[in-house]
Ligand binder design. Structure first.
Ligand code: FES
Length: 170
């Protein structure tokens, strides 16, 4: 390349090859992504969590094979309601907090927006992360390695479903 001549991309690469090779070798390896914890946030640590023993409703009030959103009073006075997703399969029933593991926002703001495939999955209506019906584990989307927070339910002597107790270690 003559003096004063403007370098082309090719001549610039030739004259800087040594530096470029050195630079490439200097780049530290990219660390492997750290897998997220499979442990979802415990329900009783979530904002507006209801008190153990709070009434949820009679089993028969929940449509079989469906996911039903229920609003419960929070344990803390003057807090907004806690939204619970109750999933019924015959006489079996389980529940999850209405909270996506992706951004910690509701899977749906209200029942009509709740995306679910009966007995198969629940899907967040923000970015469509999909969770397994039975376990709440992430199946697809922006929730890899995470899960919905399960909320224990118990049935009292009158057949009313209530929020279960916290684990003993808490
Ligand atoms: S907030 Fe639920 S998938 Fe992003």
């Amino acid at each position: 390349m003559g003096i004063g001549a403007k370098p082309t991309a090719r001549t610039w690469v030739r004259s800087n090859m040594h530096t470029m090779t050195f630079a490439l070798h200097s780049i530290p390896p990219i660390p492997a992504p750290t897998p997220k914890s499979a442990r979802p946030t415990p329900w009783f640590e979530l904002p507006h969590a209801p008190a153990p023993g709070s009434p949820v409703g009679a089993l028969q009030a929940f449509a079989d094979g469906q996911a039903t959103m229920v609003e419960l009073a929070a344990a803390q006075p003057d807090s907004p309601a806690f939204k619970l997703l109750v999933l019924r399969n015959g006489d079996a029933v389980h529940a999850f907090a209405n909270r996506c593991a992706h951004f910690g926002v509701p899977l749906a703001a209200r029942q009509a927006q709740l995306i679910h495939q009966p007995l198969k999955s629940l899907t967040c209506n923000v970015h469509y992360a999909r969770y397994a019906w039975a376990t709440g584990a992430c199946e697809a989307g922006e929730c890899d390695g995470d899960a919905l927070s399960p909320v224990p339910l118990v049935q009292d002597a009158d057949g009313l479903l209530r929020i279960g107790t916290k684990p003993d270690s808490v």
